[in-house]
Design a protein around this ligand. Structure first.
Ligand SMILES: [Zn+2]
Length: 419
């Protein structure tokens, strides 16, 4: 498969871009090459696509199911009881809904943490985007659950990846308040043996930090470090409440942070110290949405604006959370965090990109495209999405959209009855 995009705006200049197999092959003027598909890029701009580093995709089916409650009450009373009744097929239907929403808002990769994750992989493989999909481990300090979770993890390791070119199999541990030392160290060893990424929620709320200090005499970051869980292959979701000591540990270990500003603001968890952390470890900061039941969407365009505004309020400064920095964490940083040679429109990079409609009112006038994208745009500005050299959305249309929506609506009716 090859695609030739003619006369597209790239870094403020018109050019042609040739995509061959799954990467950007040639970028230059008046390219004279044969392609399977030619796209007229006049009136459009090309930018990198988004890499969402923290998600629970299937929770999209719980969008609006329970809102306006504190994190622990929300999880324990509303979310966990309904999740316990989900079937594997429900997770497949819900994951397809999430991926549809992500494609429509320009995301080509998401890091996921959930159960029945084989079904999320199935949806990723079918719909053409990328995923770092993990088996969620959580035992609530119950010895019998620890054994069940260890067995489930061992089975997951044996499960054959349905699409190795676009899916990274990962592990995850929910958090220090839901996972025993025995399960944490088991997951760490399995990850080490198989060279896998581990995703963990950490220091999302002040309450989590206080409880951890009381129980273990140290912060959640220090606790994870004491268990040998922090490395460049660890993705720390949230990391809102960090001491200087915690920050030094993260920097030293090279662990990646996924900030989730929209979820943190909605649940009043606190504001991420963007400017301080970005200045100390600019390559280690990435952007995520969290699940749609705590956001309530998976829209990285919106999350970029939220991230910038949260940074300005937290840093008490209008120059905190600059559009160019926010765009970087939403694109290339997320790709690099998972070892992907992507997130840039450059020859040799994986061909993941968005085509933007420059006639959209949100992008007019075009004094500064990245500023427009972070501060003014919504997902209607994105007309086409290319992932791994293939169009996954063309002229705003994603294949099977109606079918995905109607199946999700039927599943939502079933969930209502469970309640
Ligand atoms: Zn989360």
């Amino acid at each position: 498969m090859s695609i030739l995009i003619k006369n597209i705006l790239h870094n403020n200049q018109r050019t042609d871009i040739f995509i061959e197999n799954n990467s950007f092959s040639l970028i230059g003027n008046n390219l004279d090459v044969k392609a399977d598909k030619i796209i007229d890029g006049s009136g459009k701009a090309i930018v990198p696509a988004f890499y969402n580093t923290h998600n629970h995709a299937a929770m999209s089916i719980l969008r609006g199911y329970s809102d306006d409650k504190p994190l622990f009450e929300w999880l324990q009373k509303d979310i966990w009881p309904v999740e316990a009744k989900f079937t594997a097929e429900d997770i497949y239907i819900a994951s397809r809904l999430a991926i549809l929403e992500m494609i429509k808002s320009g995301t080509v990769f998401f890091a996921d943490m959930y159960f029945f994750c084989e079904q999320t992989m199935r949806a990723v493989a079918e719909m053409g985007i990328r995923g770092a999909v993990s088996k969620l481990a959580m035992d609530m300090f119950d010895r019998s659950r620890t054994q069940t979770q260890k067995k489930a993890t061992a089975e997951f390791i044996k499960f054959s990846n349905p699409c190795p070119e676009r899916i990274i199999k990962c592990l995850s541990c929910h958090a220090v308040y839901t996972v025993s030392d025995e399960l944490f160290t088991y997951i760490r060893d399995i990850a080490d043996q198989n060279n896998m990424y581990i995703q963990i929620h950490v220091s999302e709320t002040e309450e989590e930090n206080k409880d951890c200090l009381k129980k273990y005499g140290m912060s959640p970051i220090a606790k994870l470090d004491s268990l040998g869980l922090l490395s460049p292959k660890t993705i720390l979701a949230h990391a809102v409440h960090l001491s200087d000591k915690d920050i030094n540990i993260i920097k030293k270990r090279g662990a990646v942070i996924s900030t989730n500003p929209t979820s943190n603001i909605k649940l009043n968890s606190g504001l991420f110290m963007f400017e301080k952390l970005y200045s100390l470890m600019p390559e280690q900061i990435t952007l995520g949405t969290d699940g749609a039941s705590s956001n309530n969407n998976l829209n990285m365009v919106e999350s970029m604006k939220m991230c910038s505004f949260a940074a300005k309020i937290q840093g008490c400064s209008a120059i905190a959370g600059k559009a160019s920095d926010i765009f970087k964490i939403a694109t290339v940083n997320g790709a690099h965090a998972f070892g992907l040679n992507a997130g840039k429109i450059e020859e040799g990079c994986l061909a993941d990109c968005l085509l933007l409609d420059l006639n959209n009112p949100f992008l007019t006038p075009n004094h500064n495209l990245i500023s427009n994208l972070v501060y003014a745009a919504d997902s209607s500005c994105i007309s086409d999405v290319i992932c791994d050299g293939r169009l996954v959305m063309e002229n705003h249309i994603v294949p099977n959209e109606e079918n995905i929506i109607s199946e999700a609506q039927a599943l939502a009716q079933k969930i209502k009855k469970i309640k």
